[in-house]
Ligand binder design. Sequence first.
Ligand code: GDP
Length: 321
Amino acid sequence: MSTLSFPGKVVALSGGIGGAKLALGLDRVLAPGQLTVIVNTGDDFRHFGLHISPDIDTLLYTLSGLDDPVRGWGRRDETWTFMRAMGELGREGWFQLGDGDLAIHVERTRRLAAGETLSHVTDFLRRQLGIGSVIVPMSDDPVATQVETDEGRLDFQHYFVRRHCEPRVTGIDFAGADEARLAPGAAAALADPDLALIVICPSNPYLSVDPVLAVPGLRAALRAGRAPVVAVSPIIAGQAVKGPTAKMMTELGRVPSAAEVARHYAGLIDLFVVDEADAGMDAHMDAGAGVRTVAAPTLMRTLDDRMNLARIVLGLAGVRA
Ligand code: GDP
């Protein structure tokens, strides 16, 4: 697989599945160590006494090739004996943990209990899985995404997995974010003098990217250096490729469109990449949003699609200079 000669380092902000698709493309076209992915940990929670970091795990599995491309989450060739045995003990099965997947949760929980930070544990795991790109949590401190709904305030996984995103969303809160400190690896990557590009992956802006942006100092760090900030739209032709992004936008009183996502990131980004299906979007933007857009094929079905979009995004690195 061809790596690209790209002068400098790259930081990507990512949630889970949508973000990991572009992160994989970037990982494959850049050299080992060139990419640092700062990952949302607002979805983290404890289950069966284990510390689960769903978005970090999606990155770990996707970048190591261990992901299950059919199911779309977890590990490939997974078995489910543990969940069946837990069911026999009367434990609920709404959040599935595969037998192979369990290894990561057990090891992460053990190391955290022994005093390691989530950053250290994540770095250990990505090295063990042979991943050349750096993966860092947004913070080593706990931040919990909570969703205000017509059924009351729900912890993120209760909204997302247990209730299948069915409740109507009225607001989102990131508990603990105000006190959270940016993870040292995230701060260092953003302050690196060789940093040439910051990419906001096509993740859910409200549930996956906003918690990262809510960590004090992150927004300022994005704008502090000379590296341009380029975001890729997770909305194509008014629809989410997967998940509740468009549904949530409607519930929050916004029009589900790439233009609305651009407005959400206005002031933070230098350039917004929309799908070719939204190429005429500029005409629909409020004059005040003032976000420059560029159209590209952003639907990533294959590895080639992911690498192609990565190359296009890297080609935009000159926009702020
Ligand atoms: P989650 O944390 O697992 O929900 O995943 P993310 O927040 O990272 O990604 C969810 C978003 O990814 C959704 O809004 C999807 O529309 C978007 N998405 C998924 N696949 C693609 C794709 O191939 N292209 C684009 N542009 N967006 C995608």
